[in-house]
Structure formats: C-alpha cells, structure tokens
Design a protein around this ligand. Structure first.
Ligand SMILES: [Zn+2]
Ligand SMILES: [Zn+2]
Length: 136
C-alpha cells in the first residue's frame, strides 16, 4: 500500500496519512449517500493522530440512525467530503477513500448499512455485509 495522500476537488484541502487502515469499508447508509451524492461511500478507518491535514475544513454535525453524532468534515470551497468522525469513537477518523490520489490498492471487504443500499447495487462475492454496523 502506498502512503495515503489525497485531497478535495479544488485542491484547497490536502491530507496525508502514515497508518495502515484498520478497516476498509463501504457504507450504504442514507446519510453517506446524500452527502456523497452517490450510492455509497468508501471509508478507511485510521487513527486521527496519523492524519495530517492542510487547508480549511468545515464541519457538519450529523446524526446517524442510532442518534449518535458524526462529524462530517468537508471542503467549504468545493464541497468534497474528506472524513467523518463518530463522536463515540475517540481518536478515530474515517477518510473518504474517493479523495485519495491513488485508489488502485483499495479492496474493501466490509459493507455496512447494507439494509439501505440502493436496489441495483450488487455486493461482490465474498464480502462481509452488515444490515447496520458490526456488533449492532
Ligand atoms: Zn476543495
Ligand atoms: Zn455512512
């Protein structure tokens, strides 16, 4: 895996991360679909301390289905989502993998919130799918 480097569409926000993600997941939750304007969001779980960000992020305080707060951080200039940060998971952030410069190595094997996936979205063979999230 190359060192993770990425940024928003306009280039105002850039980030790098020197950790190996502990999770590569596809999130089909309704809020990710809306924020990404896409059928799902691909996220990489990493320690917050491993991420270095330049530029200015704006934060939207979202609430998931469970009522738990999720901070969604995005570029205020071009609107690209950069990361989300569940308030309940201190020290953890989920980078939005679609903002990576190099996505060639991605291989997400976990699908969460599969119960709200779009009807035409077919999950690949051999992945783990959860109606909501693991442990729920
Ligand atoms: Zn931007
Ligand atoms: Zn989601």
């Amino acid at each position: 895996m190359p060192k993770m480097v990425g940024g928003c569409l306009c280039g105002q926000v850039r980030y790098s991360c020197d950790a190996e993600p502990f999770a590569q997941a596809v999130c089909h939750c309704a809020n990710c679909q809306r924020q990404a304007a896409a059928p799902f969001s691909v996220v990489l779980g990493v320690p917050e301390a491993s991420v270095e960000i330049t530029g200015t992020l704006k934060t939207y305080e979202d609430k998931g289905d469970s009522g738990a707060v999720v901070y969604r951080r995005f570029c205020p200039e071009c609107g690209s989502p950069i990361l989300s940060q569940p308030a309940a998971m201190a020290g953890i952030v989920f980078l939005k993998a679609g903002t990576l410069d190099d996505t060639s190595w991605l291989d997400p094997k976990v699908h969460v919130w599969a119960k709200s996936k779009q009807a035409w979205t077919v999950l690949p063979e051999g992945v783990m799918a959860f109606d909501t999230v693991p442990g729920a």
